[in-house]
Each structure stands twice: as structure tokens, then as C-alpha cells.
Write a protein that binds this ligand. Structure first.
Ligand SMILES: Cc1ncc(COP(=O)(O)O)c(C=O)c1O
Length: 430
């Protein structure tokens, strides 16, 4: 019998599950998302576009730490900035001047940014933004579109609402991207009760028919602030974020993920007239001004600007999309698979077909991609370390895996080709 490719991962998972619920700190890195028997669970090290799991399997990574590693792993500029800062200390008894240095870079880069506050996770920043909006407007309801993190005010509006008080859930209303009527209806149902409209300015779809402009107008007409959650789009789709790319400036915006190439840092930015209220609301944490992440962010932002990093991501992503279009049509795959998103961050969409479910397709896809040394759960997250050869490797694997999927679906046997249980549709926000 051949050696189990994920033997060590599975042993360590068994141990981890004894001390850590789900065995992971991040839902998207847990067993709920990675089918047991065909997935790695623990990473040993990473460099550039690759990582190695604890069984020493090497992966070309298209997840890139959930889109937080834009420059690639262990970027030398970021690493040396962090090491230099480490020699001077990490967290102090007073603020460090790096806070104002990085704030100034963000203000220069982002159209709506006149003032800045830092935090650690994207969730901190979106939650701070909603609190600013509630404090400024004196209203309580929020309209949400996309994913905004784990705090009560947002997660209460999803199927993962266990533990969120009903009275908090009742204040959050979901609207759909590119469906202006869905926002109009909720704002009209509760006139003058909305503090904020918060949304991902783009996740899968591009805005159509002036959607963002219309959202801004509706939000302002109802007395609410417009918040763009740029946790993913920030420092990925454009240096000034999606607000710069689409030419629509919100009142407040939040950044995280790629801001510091994997170091924990997020930022809430916005117009001064709203941000000043942060003097009065409470938004404060021991590690808010932690300097390794700020030093990393400074190095990231300087490098993105200096080396045209984002042009590289877009160009490679455009190449991928062009070749993928061709592959999907050549293999007549569109009834099973399509894709959506910006060239720098896009993802495959698996579809139900005949007796095969989209979840069976996705599970099979992951099983086969992982086996081929490519880490993707459907995302095509491009980093600065990827090159055209890497994209060709991805496409080569797609060709093999898609062809198998097509044949197995046609013959009604895909389910029998799974070496694991099918993933369950637990939670979907996009
Ligand atoms: C658009 C968006 N907003 C907010 C968040 C929450 O960020 P974090 O997980 O850092 O709290 C995420 C995380 O995936 C996100 O994609």
C-alpha cells in the first residue's frame, strides 16, 4: 500500500482536535473546509509562492494565507524591516512614531482617508467603522453586503449566528451586490433608522450600472454613512483600493489582509469629520500600535509603489483568465464550472449538474489539486512571487482535473471517485 500523503497532518490534527475546537484558529483553515483524507492540515514553512506541509509535500499556493500575502512568503524587504524593528522592541509603554508614518502613507494613498486608526484583524476595523457610524448618526441599523468578520453586529445576519442576541441580529439587514432594489427596500422599510451601509466594493462581481454610485446616493439620502470594506480589495486591486479603481469615495473604509503581507494589521480610515468621533467612542487595544506589523506595512506599501506590484498581479491574473476562458470552452466545462472576480483575486464557481452536486465537484477538485501539489480551494489569489510558469502549472493541473470531472459527471460516477466525505455547505457569504 502506498504511503498516506497526509499521514503526519492527520496525526497532528487528531492531537490538535483534543485541545483546540476544530483544530484551527481560522474557520477557513479548519476541517470544515478541508476534506479529511485528501487534505493537508499543517504547514511547516513557506517561501515565495510555495509552502511545505508537515509531511514535506510542496504546494504552489493560490490561497496565499487567505489573500493576506500579496508579496509572497518571507519577502526579503518585509523581513528585513521587521528584523530591524525587532531589535528596537515590539510593543511599548507609549505609541511609536511608526503609527503616524504608516498613517501618512495611507492618507496619501486612499481617496477617503484623512485620518487613520490601526487594529489587528479586519473584524476590528469593520466593527470600529460601524461604531463610528452609529455614534455619528445616532442611529442603530446597518445594511451589509459581503463578509465583514466575526463580531455580533455582522455575523448575526448569517447562518453562523449562534450566540448572537436576537436584538443585535434584528439591527443588521443584508442586501445583494448589484441589486440596488434590495438596498432600497430595506432603507425604505426603516426610514431614517440606518447608521451605515457597509459593503465589499467588489468581491466576485464587478459593479454594474453605476451600482456603487447608486448605493452611495441611497445611503446618504437615508442619512447613513457609506463604508467600504476593503479588507480584500485594499492594496490588491489598486493602490488606493477599489474606491480608487471605481472612482467612488466612501465616508469610511477598512483595510486588513494584504496591508502587511501576513503580519496582523488592519486599519480604519475615513474623512476627518467622522473619524474625530473616535476620540469619544472606545476603540482601544494593547496591541493596536504593535510595531513589527507597522514596520511590515511600511515596507509593503513602499514596495507596492516602487515595483509596480499590483500591475504584476493584474497582468498575471488577466493571462490566467484568458487561458481559463479557452480551457473552459475547449472542454465544454461551463455547465460545471465558471469563475468570477478581479484578475488579482478570483475564484471558481462549481455548479450542480445532473446528479452531481457543486459540493461533490468542489471536494473532488480539492482532492486532485492538493494531490498535484497545488493549494487552492477554488481561489485564484495571485501574489507578486507568482510568474507565468506558475500560472501555466495551475492551468495544466486544471486541464487534467477538469477533464476527469467532466467524464465522471457524464458517467454519473464522480461521487465514487472521492477518497473522502463530501464537504458540507456550512456557511456562505459570497
Ligand atoms: C471583506 C472582509 N471583511 C472583513 C474580514 C474579516 O477580517 P479578519 O478575518 O481579519 O477579521 C474579511 C476576512 O476574510 C473579509 O474578507
Amino acid at each position: 500500500m502506498s504511503k498516506n500523503r497526509y499521514e503526519k497532518s492527520e496525526e497532528l490534527l487528531e492531537l490538535a482536535l483534543k485541545s483546540i475546537p476544530l483544530g484551527s484558529q481560522t474557520f477557513s483553515k479548519s476541517i470544515t473546509q478541508l476534506p479529511f483524507g485528501v487534505s493537508p492540515y499543517f504547514v511547516k514553512k513557506a517561501k515565495g509562492a510555495y509552502f511545505w506541509d508537515v509531511d514535506n509535500n510542496q504546494y504552489l499556493d493560490f490561497s496565499n494565507a487567505l489573500a493576506s500575502v500579496t508579496l509572497g512568503y518571507c519577502d526579503s524587504d518585509v523581513d528585513s524591516a521587521v528584523k530591524k524593528q525587532m531589535e528596537c522592541g515590539v510593543t511599548f509603554s507609549l505609541p511609536h512614531t511608526l503609527e503616524a508614518d504608516v498613517a501618512k502613507i495611507l492618507i496619501d494613498a486612499i481617496p477617503c482617508a484623512e485620518q487613520v486608526r490601526f487594529a489587528k484583524n479586519g473584524t476590528d476595523a469593520t466593527s470600529g467603522a460601524v461604531r463610528v457610524a452609529r455614534a455619528f448618526t445616532g442611529k442603530e441599523r446597518v445594511a451589509v453586503c459581503g463578509y465583514h468578520g466575526w463580531q455580533d453586529w455582522y455575523i448575526g445576519s448569517t447562518t453562523k449566528n449562534l450566540g448572537v442576541p436576537k436584538c443585535v441580529q434584528d439591527l443588521t439587514h443584508v442586501f445583494s451586490y448589484n441589486n440596488i432594489d434590495s438596498l432600497k427596500n430595506i432603507l425604505e422599510k426603516y426610514p431614517d433608522e440606518f447608521a451605515a451601509v457597509i459593503m465589499e466594493p467588489m468581491s466576485g462581481e464587478y459593479p454594474k450600472d453605476n451600482f456603487l454610485e447608486k448605493v452611495k446616493e441611497l445611503a446618504h439620502n437615508s442619512g447613513a454613512l457609506l463604508i467600504f470594506d476593503e479588507t480584500v480589495t485594499g492594496f490588491r486591486v489598486s493602490y488606493g483600493g477599489a474606491q480608487e479603481l471605481f472612482g467612488v469615495t466612501p465616508d469610511l473604509a477598512t483595510f486588513g489582509k494584504g496591508l502587511a503581507n501576513g503580519y496582523p494589521l488592519s486599519a480604519l480610515v475615513g474623512k476627518e469629520k467622522y473619524m474625530v468621533i473616535m476620540k469619544d467612542i472606545f476603540f482601544s487595544g494593547t496591541f493596536g500600535g504593535e510595531t513589527l506589523s507597522l514596520a511590515a506595512a511600511k515596507a509593503v506599501l513602499e514596495k507596492i509603489k516602487r515595483e509596480k506590484v499590483l500591475e504584476h498581479l493584474s497582468k498575471l491574473g488577466e493571462y490566467l483568465h484568458k487561458e481559463l476562458d479557452q480551457l473552459l470552452s475547449e472542454l465544454d466545462m461551463l455547465p460545471l464550472i465558471s469563475y468570477t472576480g478581479h484578475p488579482s483575486w478570483s475564484f471558481l464557481i462549481f455548479k450542480d449538474k445532473d446528479n452531481t452536486t457543486s459540493w461533490e465537484l468542489k471536494t473532488f477538485f480539492m482532492q486532485e489539486m492538493f494531490k498535484r501539489g497545488i493549494f487552492t480551494i477554488g481561489a485564484q489569489t495571485i501574489s507578486y512571487e507568482h510568474n507565468q510558469k506558475d500560472i501555466d502549472k495551475l492551468l495544466h493541473a486544471y486541464k487534467e482535473v477538469f477533464s476527469m470531472m467532466k467524464d465522471y459527471v457524464k458517467d454519473g460516477v464522480l461521487q465514487s471517485k472521492l477518497d473522502c466525505e463530501t464537504l458540507k455547505p456550512l456557511f456562505s457569504v459570497r
